[in-house]
Design a protein around this ligand. Structure first.
Ligand code: ZN
Length: 150
């Protein structure tokens, strides 16, 4: 199956009905940021938008994924991102100047961790592509399905 677009209402990843809205930013990160603030400002368009909660429309992609792909199927990728995020938050100074990072230090017991982190980012890029009405390239879908990146 080839790449898909928003117009046909199908999940860009698997082709099922797209009935799930992916967060543009990880929902748990948003909940963490809302812990100490009743609202946040998102400056990602023509004008900054005030968002009042982690479910605000401004922080969600339109429905370009199905529930399966947006939950169980991408769960390992979300977890890899969470591990990465916790590593950053544990000591933000170690990310101040280096130009490269050791994935073995971030994922000492998970050889799939770096690839899953890359797939977390790729899922976000693909949702952005699909939400703008463009077709997600087949290579992206193959990468999400486990093909090695080059
Ligand atoms: Zn799907």
């Amino acid at each position: 199956m080839g790449a898909r677009s928003l117009e046909d209402g199908s999940c860009w990843w698997c082709g099922q009905l797209a009935d799930s809205k992916e967060h543009r930013f990880k929902a748990s990160d948003l909940r963490w940021m809302f812990k100490d603030s009743p609202s946040l400002w998102l400056d990602a368009g023509e004008r900054p938008a005030r968002i009042k909660g982690p479910g605000a429309k401004a922080v969600l992609f339109p429905e370009v994924l199905c529930r399966d792909c947006n939950s169980e199927r991408s769960q390992p990728f979300d977890e890899a991102y969470s591990v990465f995020f916790r590593y950053i938050c544990a000591d933000t100074e170690r990310f101040r100047h280096p130009t490269e990072y050791s994935m073995e230090k971030i994922y000492p017991f998970d050889v799939q961790g770096p690839g899953n982190l890359a797939r977390y980012a790729m899922k976000n890029f693909a949702c952005r592509i699909a939400s703008r009405g463009f077709e997600v390239p087949q290579q992206v879908i193959e990468f999400m399905n486990g093909a090695e990146g080059t």
